[in-house]
Ligand binder design. Structure first.
Ligand code: SF4
Length: 178
């Protein structure tokens, strides 16, 4: 399967927007990792796919260095205002459902697929970390932020909008294809 066909498949899965991703634009920054350790999202040290369990940035760099291209996938939805958490959670859940479905399909064509998502891994209702090993190490999904990536910058460098106005929210993830 060519990358263009992967883009088409992603659109068919229900994402609002899909764009080609040049892996050389993925800049992994210590500053973003520092935000993870500030634990504003409450997931630091609670999930195998989040820091520190997901590995140092050098390990993340080594993982993505095997790829040259991929696709960015995005779900854009309506919110009433910046406090409309209910709508945000619904849109995030929709994005993740489409993301996992697309990952399953794409993995058949790209066996080394690396899926990097939005938010922490939610495959299990409760992550096994730290008491037991990850239940699905081949499927678990780390976030772009866990990779030290500024999502707005990544979108900009790959010709994808990130901000759609005060009454919209966008969730962005990517698939690296090989
Ligand atoms: S697959 Fe399950 S155990 Fe593994 S990181 Fe995700 S939620 Fe945690």
């Amino acid at each position: 399967m060519e990358v263009a066909a992967a883009e088409k498949l992603a659109l068919e899965k229900g994402f609002s927007n899909v764009s080609h991703l040049d892996v050389s634009t993925m800049e992994l920054l210590d500053e973003v990792r520092a935000m993870c350790s500030a634990n504003t999202c409450g997931q630091y040290g609670k999930n195998w796919a989040c820091p520190p369990a997901c590995g140092e940035l050098e390990e993340c760099r080594a993982r993505i260095s095997r790829f040259r291209e991929g696709i960015l996938v995005q779900t854009v939805g309506d919110i009433e205002d910046s406090l409309d958490f209910e709508a945000m959670m619904e849109i995030e859940a929709e994005h993740k459902a489409h993301f996992m479905e697309a990952a399953e399909e794409l993995r058949k064509e790209f066996p080394e697929l690396l899926a990097i998502g939005a938010g922490c891994c939610t495959i299990c209702a409760k992550c096994a970390y730290p008491d037991g090993p990850c239940r699905f190490p081949d499927k678990r999904v780390s976030s772009l932020e866990a990779y030290g990536i500024v999502v707005s910058e990544l979108c900009k460098k790959n010709n994808l909008a990130y901000y759609y106005g005060a009454d919209k929210i966008a969730y962005t993830s990517c698939f690296l294809l090989k």
